[in-house]
Design a protein around this ligand. Structure first.
Ligand SMILES: *Cc1c(COP(=O)(O)O)cnc(C)c1O
Length: 396
């Protein structure tokens, strides 16, 4: 590159960054001087953390850390290989089998992240003869995954079953071979749950398959924490389920697709993020297995999370805050005006509570909100102090 050309290139990004800043949309990162926990160290202060996906408090749990250490000791630091060359350990197979049993499918396949799992699903399983019908509020990784595939694309309004049916009809009119409905189990900006019984019913009527990304549910939502399908009594009834190990299940990284054994077998042969990206590190494999064990052995964690969620939802509503109806630990406190949401979030920060404000373009115009995420590891004193500050925040 010529010198001027290089300068032009860099200047281009100075201008773009400036634009983002001018629009008030610049995302700065809070610097944590310690582990992820309900109480985090920010500078020389301790803050109560309400915006991690640490739903079960396992991100810094002693047994998870011991399991990760044992993984290091028994199986080494890294695999230096993709799965099909020499990167598969017995523990990878064990984790895949346990995940499949947990979410109610025949088999599962691990990826480096759920972003990769969604990136490797649609393109591999669908061709231009097929159609995918996707909820408008689906996670970015589903949107990108669908973009990579050649299937015809249809988008239905968030959780709107009449619109889903209209799009299924369109897909059928175009004589699609296979139709795959794709939805998040839980919508992360709203804390609302996909209407899976109605979706399955439509799928049966239109001969479609159903894919659910249960990243914000696996491990803690529904009976035994096995996800949104279980919450509706539909354990084992969903064709394909994707999820992350980077939220409730220990919070490090990793993801999976769970489904029928023949589909999973085909993904191992053809799914690009699986074939061309490194195998999951042994410490993560071991820690994830331990996360599943803890969930099995300590149901009180799920109960605490459920009770704390209900407590926060009820008391924030009593204070007059508007919260969409749900029972999920994601609690969006609807503020409306973006500047007001930021001001409240700043007031919370001044009081050493971390709860981020979300505004356009992450959520629709005029629907700015502060999002709380409750953890089983939050103590009563954390919840009460937070409610107290929210009470004071009404004057902001
Ligand atoms: C967090 C999340 C992902 C991404 O998971 P990673 O493992 O962090 O890549 C994908 N889908 C949904 C619905 C998520 O909430």
């Amino acid at each position: 590159m010529h010198k001027e050309c290089k300068q032009d290139f860099n200047h281009h990004f100075i201008r773009l960054n400036q634009e983002i800043q001018n629009q008030g949309l610049w995302k700065s990162e809070v610097l944590l001087q310690g582990p992820q926990d309900p109480v985090i160290r920010v500078g020389d202060q301790e803050w109560i953390n309400f915006c991690a996906n640490n739903y079960l408090g396992l991100s810094n749990h002693p047994e998870i850390i011991s399991a990760a250490k044992k993984g290091l000791e028994d199986y080494g630091f890294g695999m230096s290989s993709v799965r099909f060359i020499c990167g598969t350990q017995d523990q990878h197979k064990k984790l895949e089998q346990e995940l499949a049993a947990f979410v109610g499918t025949e088999d599962a396949i691990l990826y480096s992240s759920c972003f990769d799992a969604n990136g490797g699903l649609f393109e591999t399983l669908l061709t231009e003869e097929d159609a995918v019908v996707s909820d408008a509020l689906n996670h970015a990784s589903i949107i990108d995954g669908i973009r990579l595939s050649k299937a015809r694309r249809f988008r239905y309004e968030n959780r709107n079953m009449a619109d889903l049916e209209a799009k299924l009809q369109e897909a059928r009119n175009q004589e699609s071979r296979f139709i795959l409905i794709a939805t998040d189990g839980v919508f992360s900006m709203d804390g609302t749950i996909a209407p899976l019984p109605e979706i399955l019913d439509l799928a049966h009527r239109y001969g479609a398959q159903v894919m659910v990304d249960d990243s914000h549910a696996v491990g803690f939502y529904g009976p035994h924490g096995s996800g949104t399908p279980s919450a509706y009594g539909l354990h084992g009834k969903i064709d394909l389920i994707t999820g992350t190990l980077g939220k409730a299940l220990g919070g490090a990284s990793g993801g999976y697709i769970a489904g029928p054994s023949e589909v999973i077998a085909y993904l191992r042969q053809r799914s690009r993020p699986y074939l061309f990206s490194n195998s999951l590190a042994p410490s993560i494999t071991q820690a994830s297995l331990m996360a599943l064990t803890i969930i099995r052995n300590e149901p009180q964690r799920l109960e605490t999370l459920c009770n704390s969620t209900a407590y926060m939802r009820k008391n924030l509503s009593s204070l007059g805050y508007h919260i969409p109806d749900s029972d999920h630990p994601i609690i969006p406190i609807m503020i409306g005006d973006a500047k007001k949401a930021v001001a409240i979030s700043q007031f919370l920060a001044e009081n050493r509570i971390l709860a981020v404000a979300f505004s356009y373009p992450v959520v629709p115009q005029g629907k700015a909100r502060i999002r709380l995420q409750v953890s089983a590891a939050h103590k009563t004193e954390h919840l009460e102090r937070t409610l107290e500050i929210f009470k004071k925040a009404q004057a902001v």
